[in-house]
Design a protein around this ligand. Structure first.
Ligand code: ITT
Length: 194
């Protein structure tokens, strides 16, 4: 039987990526599927704090075992910005966020960056955190149609294409979210076997 677990996110792209990474053994329920249409507050200044805040909201209000992730892009030369503010960097959407970042990096040759995800899991009375990082470079203009967020301007280390060009299969095997969610899956499978 499939293990049911709630993923506390409003981001359909993240839901799709995570369901693909977790694989067939799990039925991942979205917030909509449990009847939650609240924009859950994210007021912490750390990924772990925000991920835990989202997971706790669902556990408290709906009683489900649940996980949430908080993720973002950290640019070396900008001291880790936009970081936890990645979704809200420009005050507009993804296009405006990329415009602002490219503008802030105009003329800069040092373009190292990383995506980071922290997943918070609340299961029974236990809580766990899992982290994934992927290093890469911010290029000077957008390339590719796939993915979401900053994917068109991020080239992961060891590749020449952006996350948006590489497609979901490659992205889901090497991304920050893949690394964190694989640890989550191992943990869930281990506890399910007991
Ligand atoms: P939820 O809080 O509902 O889960 P969200 O989109 O607000 O969805 P986050 O708070 O984790 O998600 O913000 C992450 C932002 O960082 C996201 O909106 C993107 O701009 C960026 N980001 C995170 N993961 C990314 C990825 O895999 N590719 C590109 N951009 C990403």
């Amino acid at each position: 039987m499939k293990q049911k677990i709630v993923f506390a996110t409003n981001n359909a792209h993240k839901l799709e990526e995570v369901a693909a990474i977790l694989g067939d053994g799990f039925e991942v329920l979205s917030l909509r599927e449990i009847g939650c249409d609240t924009d859950i507050p994210e007021t912490s200044d750390t990924f772990a704090g925000n991920a835990m805040q989202k997971a706790s909201f669902v556990k408290e209000h709906y009683g489900y075992d649940c996980f949430a992730d908080d993720s973002g892009l950290e640019v070396d030369i900008l001291d880790g910005a936009p970081g936890v503010y990645s979704a809200r960097y420009s005050g507009g959407g993804s296009e405006a966020n990329m415009d602002k970042l490219l503008l802030n990096l105009t003329g800069k040759s040092e373009r190292g960056a990383q995506f980071r995800t922290v997943v918070a899991l609340l299961i029974g009375k236990e809580s766990h955190l899992f982290e994934g990082i992927v290093r890469g470079t911010i290029i000077e203009e957008r390339r590719g149609e796939g993915g979401f967020g900053y994917d068109p301007i991020f080239v992961p280390e060891g590749y020449e294409q952006t996350f948006a060009e590489l497609g979901s299969e490659v992205k889901n095997s090497i991304s920050h979210r893949a690394k964190a969610v694989k640890q989550l899956a191992e943990y869930l499978l281990m506890t399910n076997d007991k």
